[in-house]
Design a binder for this molecule. Structure first.
Ligand SMILES: Cc1cc2nc3c(=O)[nH]c(=O)nc-3n(C[C@H](O)[C@H](O)[C@H](O)COP(=O)(O)O)c2cc1C
Length: 598
């Protein structure tokens, strides 16, 4: 490695480490979105400008009006502050008639309000509905609370401070207003406070907001200005709460907390009903378009709002790096490594770059493989039907191709040594997880084996077991057996093992009361699924079962109650064939089983 390369690699690693240590500090996520400085160090060769999809901020901001010089030269004006408060109280639906404005406090963004509101209750026990924006837990700790995470809104009522992000970031989950009101009522009886961060409420159904309920005295609602209006740098946000709490918050912020520019722009934007309505519609359209790009590539959208979408993928890490190298920065999460959050691209060129990069990621396998392994099937010239989404329909051409796939799937033992493209194995595992399983128990456990020493131990295991199997053959079969190639462990670029987790509680035991072995069968369905999914991409798979299962489990260091299902080699086949290798070798022939009718 050249000195330059080594230095830039060290810098990249330093950033990774810095990001990881931020992650440890705040307990949840990898830093924050929007840090393009970090993106540039992580991906030094990426094309500029970066497409920043790492935040949930509207990429098409409210058009900032020209501002007079006074706005910057003078301290913020009290009349302008009163005007903003009145406009915001109406826009967010603060309760009360005459004293509506007493329920709202503007601040330089909501971030600064988190520890401030957390300290409205004496240090005690705080609960954060998780996973969510990591700053809430940190802020509550700063305010002296002992913080726990809960995953269910009902559990929040037992605490002194309960924190909910609604809609949640990053999964978009919305807790019904009635449920939150019930939590608030229970908290009230013990002097507890409910903090609801409605940073993304502008793009949720308006009825979901708890802003109109803050008069009950122990509820604080936060509203961000910067996200929906796309002006995060202006630093403007609001707390809505009961007047006595609003007074305490305002006192702690002190005078002139909000800049003159924020007062002016905020008041104009919050009153601009036409822009707000048009923007909601535009964001919904854009989110739809994003869905189309992500789902057409097989990515699983598991949540979001119209300002961002959350994707879950086994290949999340590989996709994050692939996009980063293409100059597209998305948000990943340390505690949820299969998640990636995608914000919205700003303009057409950004959309095209995203489309292209995702296409490259999912299509790279086909591109890498096609010249080597062409499927010479009878329906080769048939045009591939367009994928339809969301309702899947399969026409005759597709059915014919599916039969081809089933017929051309082979157990492969003769591999090229070429590596698989990054992320492909993870994508295949994700496909495998679409397999059926008893009670939806999904008991399959995949172990990717990269370590050369462990691979060598598996090869030795196979050699010993195969020698025993040869010795056990009847004399007339032994000679033929000895010529068979029964594994591609030496050349296959990718290895993995599959186990069935017999102790899994997923599925709550459904379907395995009388037949516990259903867990093992379920894991086998995943194997067949990955076999087909790989073949569809021109990748061959070989099942190796001539192994001592106990020794395999020891080599791979897996839990005791994982039942070994099989060891698998994956790679590009040296050749394709419609006939099984054992049939070609004269060992056995395929035939139809008797079909009984009763
Ligand atoms: C449960 C199972 C275990 C297998 N184990 C081995 C093995 O250890 N070595 C091998 O060469 N093939 C193994 N195979 C592959 C079969 O021999 C192969 O599937 C069969 O000959 C039919 O060929 P095809 O898969 O190409 O249609 C296994 C297949 C299954 C389903």
């Amino acid at each position: 490695m050249s000195a330059y390369k080594a230095a830039s690699e060290a810098r990249r690693r330093a950033v990774e480490l810095a990001i990881e240590s931020v992650d440890r500090d705040i307990g949840h996520d990898i830093g924050h979105g929007g840090d393009l400085g970090a993106a540039r160090i992580l991906f030094p060769g990426a094309p500029e400008p970066f497409v920043d999809l790492s935040t949930g901020i509207n990429p098409n901001p409210y058009p900032v009006p020209p501002l007079s010089g006074d706005v910057f030269a003078r301290l913020p004006d009290s009349a302008a502050l009163a005007n903003l408060i009145a406009v915001a109280a109406a826009a967010y639906g603060a309760p009360g008639n005459e004293n509506r404005t007493a329920h709202i406090v503007p601040a330089p963004g909501t971030q600064i309000l988190l520890p401030l509101i957390a300290s409205l209750v004496p240090p005690g026990r705080a609960a954060v509905l998780s996973p969510t924006y990591a700053e809430h837990a940190r802020a509550a700790r700063l305010a002296g609370h002992h913080v726990v995470e809960v995953d269910e809104a009902g559990a929040l009522a037992e605490f002194d401070l309960a924190i909910v992000t609604n809609p949640n970031n990053p999964d978009g989950r919305i807790i019904a207003k009635e449920d939150l009101a019930a939590v608030a009522a229970k908290l009230a009886s013990r002097g507890g406070l409910l903090l609801v961060d409605e940073a993304f409420m502008d793009v949720a159904p308006p009825a979901a907001s708890l802003a109109g309920e803050v008069g009950r005295g122990n509820v604080a609602v936060l509203r961000s200005f910067g996200k929906f209006f796309g002006l995060a740098g202006l630093r403007l946000g609001f707390a809505l709460t009961a007047p006595h709490l609003a007074e305490r918050i305002a006192a702690r912020l002190g005078p002139w907390a909000v800049s003159g520019a924020a007062l002016a722009v905020g008041a104009q934007a919050l009153a601009d009903q036409a822009w707000i309505a048009a923007t909601r519609a535009r964001l919904a359209q854009a989110a739809n378009r994003l869905d189309g790009i992500l789902t057409a590539s097989g990515l699983d959208i598991v949540g979001g709002t119209t300002l961002f979408r959350l994707v879950r993928s086994q290949a999340a890490d590989a996709l994050f790096h692939h996009l980063g190298r293409a100059g597209i920065f998305v948000r990943r999460f340390a505690d949820q490594q299969q998640w990636l959050r995608f914000g919205l691209p700003a303009a057409e060129p950004d959309w095209r770059r995203l489309e292209q990069a995702i296409d490259d990621f999912t299509g790279n396998v086909a591109a890498a493989v096609m010249p080597r392994t062409r499927i010479a099937s009878v329906t080769e010239s048939a045009t591939t039907p367009a994928v339809t989404f969301p309702a899947a329909s399969f026409d005759a051409a597709f059915r014919a191709r599916l039969r081809d796939l089933l017929a051309w799937r082979r157990d492969v033992r003769r591999f090229l040594r070429d590596p698989l493209p990054d992320g492909v194995l993870e994508q295949l595992v994700e496909c495998a997880c679409l397999a059926p399983s008893v009670g939806l128990s999904q008991p399959w456990r995949f172990v990717i084996v990269d370590d050369p020493a462990r691979r060598a131990a598996i090869r030795d295991n196979f050699a010993a077991c195969n020698a025993q199997a040869l010795a056990a053959q009847a004399p007339e079969r032994a000679r033929l057996y000895a010529t068979l190639k029964l594994a591609g462990l030496e050349e296959a670029p990718a290895h993995f093992a599959v186990f069935a987790d017999r102790s899994t509680e997923q599925g709550h035991g459904l379907g395995r009361h009388t037949m516990p072995e259903m867990i093992d069968y379920s894991a086998v369905t995943a194997v067949h699924t990955i076999w087909l999914a790989a073949r569809a991409q021109g990748i061959g798979m070989g099942w190796v079962s001539i192994l001592d299962p106990k020794a395999v489990a020891a080599t791979l260091g897996v839990p005791e109650d994982w039942k070994f299902i099989g060891y698998f080699c994956l790679g590009y086949p040296q050749a394709d064939d419609k006939v099984p290798e054992l049939e070609r070798a004269g060992w056995e022939a395929r035939r139809l089983p008797p079909l009984l009718r009763r």
